[in-house]
Design a protein around this ligand. Structure first.
Ligand code: BGC
Length: 742
């Protein structure tokens, strides 16, 4: 029996005895309707007890109502595994010996699989680990849109396309929550950079908000049924997102009917009255930033603690506000901590390792291959592995998503297992320890000598495999800081060029949560692009290199040639990272405008005819696929009808593989600005050599709609449209069919 279950039993027994009544109170009856339980519990609570529900009691928990046997809520990061235990009152790790877990691939890897079944497997597996660790809320998944490759947290999100992100988030959430563990979808909304994340005020059109930045959240709420959502640090419309009237009252609750709890990002609350009135339920992480400040600011000083109680008592805000919050929180508690149906959970099982491996396997993107891949190890007398990411534990660092793994397979270890001691290693460059908001400066002389050593060894090797990319250091793929440059860090470009000169038989196998410049791309025979793959990452990389796994990942974001080719960066500082001003009182303000509007990612590259080096949706295989001739069920679509488009897909190569068939829709002569085309559906098909399968997409008018800001509604207009069926967003001669919307 868990601690919480025993609490429940004690409370039950005590209540039954004191009331000397046989009947169980409705709120303790798991068979009673949820709203009946909520109202019954609420009716028994004092004002103080209701307010207490609304703020943290420790770094990662919020109180229940002990008197009534209502347990506290325990939360954990998220989103790639269950984070190690954190101290009650500061950010230090508690150093438990039983909290190491499975690290699953980063969400950007999940998105690169384009396989919603794997998103379900991910949610199920991470949910079981969360349950085992007795967590009620897992802080994830993140569905913020990839707007710039410099965002330090892109690896925690699911790429640049709202449809893809939403399709992947929904199964993750549903399966996670079957464990009685709430998803906490983050960061709502417009948290698309880490620079000035706590204060930047984002300005954008309603159309961009509704077409690009909200749809994945909406799907997570409406289709995924997320039980909680995390407010973002930044501001929107001059108000912090954690108590933003428009985002939380109007959109989340008003338009989407969200009945779960809104949790702040840690330290994201700034004002009691706004928090009281604008839809926030649970305040976490304010003030207690470690031992230095906690003596000054206890949990009772939180905006939604004593100051809130006083405001209610003085009548400044109505008591109904706390009733509403308590309802949302009780609902969350009944769904999680008091969920009597929930399973026990498990961690680091063979099934979880297999799930992590499978997700990783399907996520690796083969950007380029002249035929050198897959590698036949027996062909090479000596293989040199170069690069820090071949040995670095990439689950360390990165901020709140950092994980304490029980096991970790590095690429070097996996390749040595595969091919033995003919695999040699040279570090090539030093990246320093992963630290939060700090970086270790490596003397140039050290980098020079590591590079010289690797280049010398490359000359003697039959094959070089380079494992570089980004890592989880500050100013790389790490929370709180954006990247400083689009180039690879730590002198990797120079190193790669020198390695190519020393030995052109080189395969680039980079691991990264972001796009980066590849000035050497034309000079290397093959490039693999992987995201952070967690516990089993090295095994995946070895299997993809050797061909045991045929790559089938597709880019969930564009890789521009230059940073200036990215939409957000095309409009200068006012667009990214924003402009800072100082007011008469010396206070600093930062503001940015999303001038690219709805043209994010491939929508920009396509519409503005600025090709990306590797396009959204691109990814090769060791086999080849041919998309045949599409056929449509009709040439016309009625406003209330549907139309289907079918296309045969054939594996024309010699290996079993998978292709992601992508449906983009384009309006041929739009009366208003529209992206050249937009992703509206996709399906991953698995084919044996010579096999053909037919993929059928159903098109309905909602796929042709745009958001009309004046009418505040989605609208369609009669017109001509093109359904493009492709295996990359950059397909020049992709099959297509035209049709009319009547
Ligand atoms: C991050 C959140 C995270 C929270 C708790 C914040 O700094 O932005 O994503 O869940 O900390 O660790």
């Amino acid at each position: 029996m868990t601690h919480r279950q025993s609490l429940l039993t004690i409370a039950l027994t005590a209540m039954a005895a004191s009331a000397s009544q046989a009947e169980t109170p409705a709120y303790l009856n798991p068979d009673a309707p949820l709203e009946t339980r909520v109202e019954d519990a609420l009716s028994r609570m004092t004002l103080e007890e209701k307010v207490a529900l609304c703020h943290a009691q420790s770094k990662f928990s919020s109180p229940g109502v002990a008197r009534l046997g209502i347990p506290e809520l325990w939360m954990s990061d998220g989103p790639h595994g269950v984070r190690a235990e954190i101290n009650w009152n500061d950010w230090g790790y508690s150093n438990w010996t039983n909290d190491s877990i499975t690290a699953f691939p980063a969400l950007t890897a999940l998105a690169a699989t384009w396989n919603p079944d794997l998103a379900a497997l991910y949610g199920k597996s991470v949910g079981e680990e969360a349950r085992y660790r007795e967590k009620d809320i897992l802080l994830g998944p993140g569905v913020n849109i990839y707007r710039t490759p410099l965002n330090g947290r892109n690896f925690e999100y699911m790429g640049e396309d709202p449809y893809l992100a939403g399709e992947m988030a929904v199964p993750y959430i549903k399966e996670l929550q079957k464990n009685g563990v709430a998803a906490c979808v983050k960061h709502f909304a417009l948290n698309n950079q880490e620079t000035w994340r706590g204060s930047i005020d984002v300005d954008l059109s309603d159309r961009a908000l509704y077409e690009i930045y909200l749809p994945a959240f909406k799907k997570a709420v409406e289709e995924g049924g997320a039980w909680s959502i995390m407010g973002a640090y930044n501001q929107f419309g001059g108000q912090h997102c954690c108590h933003n009237s428009r985002l939380l009252n109007d959109i989340l609750r008003g338009e989407w009917g969200f009945d779960g709890a809104v949790v702040t990002d840690w330290g994201g609350a700034h004002d009691t009255k706004e928090a009281a009135l604008n839809g926030l339920d649970i305040e976490m992480g304010s003030y207690t930033n470690g031992l230095t400040s906690e003596s000054n600011f206890g949990y009772d000083d939180y905006y939604l603690a004593r100051p809130y109680l006083e405001m209610i008592k003085s009548g400044e805000v109505p008591e109904s506000t706390v009733d509403e919050k308590a309802r949302n929180i009780l609902r969350l508690i009944f769904r999680t901590a008091m969920n009597t149906e929930k399973p026990f959970g498990s961690k680091c099982t063979p099934e979880h390792y297999a799930a992590a491996k499978l997700i990783g396997d399907e996520s690796v993107v083969l950007l380029k291959n002249s035929g050198i891949l897959p590698l036949d190890g027996s062909k090479y007398g000596s293989i040199l592995v170069v690069g820090d990411n071949a040995v670095r534990r990439l689950t360390d660092g990165g901020g709140s998503s950092e994980l304490k793994v029980q096991d970790y397979v590095s690429p070097l270890a996996a390749l040595q297992t595969l091919w033995g001691d003919k695999v040699k290693f040279a570090q090539g460059y030093m990246a320093g320890r992963p630290m939060y908001e700090h970086e270790e400066v490596i003397p140039e002389a050290v980098q020079d000598s590591l590079r010289a050593e690797a280049v010398a060894m490359a000359k003697d090797a039959d094959l070089v495999i380079f494992f570089g990319g980004l890592n989880k250091n500050a100013w790389q793929d790490c929370e709180s800081t954006d990247r400083r440059e689009y180039d690879l860090p730590f002198g990797q470009n120079r190193l790669i060029e020198d390695l190519i000169a020393a030995n052109p038989n080189i395969v680039i196998a980079n691991i990264t949560g972001n796009a980066y410049a590849m000035p050497w791309a034309d000079k290397v025979p093959a490039i693999l692009h992987a995201s952070y793959l967690g516990t089993m990452g090295g095994a995946t990389m070895a299997d993809v290199l050797s061909g045991a796994v045929n790559p089938s990942g597709k880019l969930p974001y564009s890789i521009p040639f230059r940073i200036e080719d990215n939409a957000a960066h095309s409009f200068g500082e006012a667009s990214y990272p924003g402009i800072e001003t100082v007011d008469a009182d010396g206070r600093k303000h930062q503001k940015q405008t999303y001038s690219e509007d709805i043209l994010v990612g491939y929508r920009w590259h396509d519409t503005k005819k600025i090709p990306a080096r590797y396009a959204f949706g691109h990814g090769l295989s060791y086999t080849t696929f041919v998309l045949g001739k599409p056929s449509a069920s009709s040439k016309e679509l009625n406003a209330d009808g549907t139309l289907s488009v079918s296309i045969p897909v054939t594996n024309t190569g010699t290996r079993t593989g998978a292709e992601v068939v992508q449906l983009y829709i384009s309006e041929l002569k739009p009366s208003l600005m529209r992206p050249e085309k937009e992703l509206k559906s996709f399906e991953k098909v698995y084919l044996a050599p010579g096999e053909t399968k037919t993929v059928t997409f159903t098109i309905d008018p909602s796929m042709l709609a745009f958001f009309d800001a004046d009418a505040h509604a989605w609208k369609t207009q009669p017109g001509r449209f093109r359904a493009i069926i492709a295996n990359t967003s950059a397909g020049k001669k992709s099959p297509s069919v035209d049709f009319t919307l009547k």
